[in-house]
Design a protein around this ligand. Structure first.
Ligand SMILES: [Zn+2]
Length: 327
C-alpha cells in the first residue's frame, strides 16, 4: 500500500501557544490539513469548558449521557459544573428545534446555554426565573441571555429589544424560547438556522428581526470592561486560595489601580502592592510585594487547579504548593 507523508507545514502551522483558538484566522492557512492545539500547557481547558461544541451529542461517547437542562428556573441554583456540561450539547438541540420544532420544554419554555461565560454571570442566573415570570402576562417569543459592559452600572435587567437595538457592547450566552406561547415561533425557527454557524451561536439574525418577533434581552450589566470585571471577580478566588490553602492573608488593599488589558496593578503608598492577570480562559497569575519591595506571595492557577503558589517571609519561601485542587 502506498504511503504518502504530508509536508510538515501542512500539518503544523505557525502557532503553538493558543489560549483562544477563536482568535486564529484559519483562512491564513488555506493549505493546512489539520490544526493541532496544546491542552494543559497552553491553558486551553478554560476555552474547552466555555466553548466546546459536540456535533453529535445524541450518540457521542462523551456527551450522550448529558441531558439538556429543561428548566430555566434551576438557573438560580444549578451548580457550575453541571452548567458547563450543557455547553457542548446545546447547538445540536437548537438545530433540532430549528429543523423539527422539537426540544425539551418546561411550561412550554425551552432554555439553551450557548456560551459557558454564562456560568460566571451570577446575578443574571439568579434573576432569570423572575424575568420569565414577569413576562407571563404578555405574548413574547425569545429572550436572549448575556452580558452588557461599559454601562456604568452593575445590575441584572431585562428589556424589550427595539428594532435596530442590539446593545453595542454585549455578548449573548444563552437563549430562552417561548415555544408554546410565542406567536412567531415559525419565524424564530427559520432565523435560528442562520444563528447556528461553524463558530457557534450567532445572535445577529435574531437582533436583526427585532421588528418582526418579540425579542427580549436578559442582561447582566457591568460597570467597566469584561477584563476589569473578570479581575475584580477573581480577586476573591486569589483570596480564598491563599487563606484556605496557605493560611496566609494576601495583601489586596490598594489606593490606586492601573489596568492594562487583563492585567491590574494595585498601588499602595506609591508602590506596586500587587499585580494580577486574569485571562479569559480562567488562568490567574498573582504577585504581591511588601512595603520594602520584598516578595509577599505569588501563584498561578487555571480553572481546575493551582499550578504553583509560594508565600515568602524575609525573602525566604515559607509555604509552597504545586498542582493542588482549588479550595
Ligand atoms: Zn461529543
Amino acid at each position: 500500500m502506498p504511503i504518502s507523508i504530508a509536508r510538515q507545514d501542512l500539518l503544523y502551522p505557525a502557532f503553538h501557544f493558543v489560549p483562544n483558538p477563536d482568535a486564529i484566522d484559519f483562512s491564513r492557512f488555506p493549505e493546512c490539513l489539520l490544526f493541532q492545539f496544546g491542552y494543559t500547557c497552553s491553558g486551553l481547558e478554560g476555552y474547552v469548558k466555555r466553548k466546546n461544541k459536540c456535533k453529535n451529542p445524541r450518540s457521542c461517547e462523551f456527551h450522550k449521557n448529558t441531558k439538556l437542562i429543561t428548566s430555566h428556573r434551576c438557573m438560580a441554583n444549578v451548580n457550575d459544573t453541571d452548567l458547563y456540561r450543557q455547553v457542548p450539547i446545546t447547538l445540536q438541540y437548537l438545530k433540532e428545534y430549528a429543523n423539527e420544532g422539537s426540544i425539551p420544554l418546561e411550561d412550554g419554555i425551552a432554555m439553551v446555554i450557548t456560551d459557558g461565560e454564562l456560568v460566571s454571570l451570577q446575578d443574571l442566573r439568579r434573576s432569570v426565573p423572575g424575568f420569565v415570570d414577569s413576562l407571563r402576562s404578555q405574548v413574547w417569543d425569545v429572550m436572549l441571555l448575556g452580558m452588557e459592559w461599559s454601562t456604568g452600572t452593575n445590575e441584572a435587567i431585562y428589556f424589550n429589544v427595539p428594532p435596530g437595538g442590539r446593545p453595542r457592547n454585549s455578548l449573548v450566552c444563552g437563549i430562552i424560547l417561548n415555544c408554546q406561547g410565542g406567536k412567531n415561533m415559525q419565524s424564530v425557527r427559520s432565523l435560528l438556522h442562520d444563528c447556528i454557524t461553524l463558530k457557534g451561536f450567532d445572535p445577529a439574525p435574531l437582533f436583526n428581526a427585532a421588528d418582526r418577533i418579540s425579542l427580549w434581552f436578559g442582561a447582566q450589566k457591568i460597570e467597566g470592561t469584561p477584563e476589569e470585571e473578570r479581575i475584580f471577580r477573581n480577586m476573591s478566588v486569589v483570596h480564598s486560595i491563599f487563606t484556605q490553602v496557605a493560611n496566609h492573608e494576601p495583601p489586596m488593599h490598594f489606593e490606586e489601580k492601573e489596568i492594562h488589558g487583563n492585567t491590574m496593578k494595585g498601588i499602595l503608598n506609591g508602590r506596586n502592592g500587587f499585580e494580577m492577570c486574569a485571562e479569559e480562559n480562567g488562568n490567574i497569575t498573582w504577585r504581591a510585594w511588601n512595603d520594602d519591595g520584598s516578595p509577599n506571595c505569588e501563584m498561578r492557577c487555571n480553572s481546575n487547579k493551582i499550578e504553583w503558589m509560594k508565600v515568602f517571609h524575609n525573602h525566604q519561601v515559607v509555604f509552597e504548593a504545586n498542582n493542588k485542587p482549588l479550595p
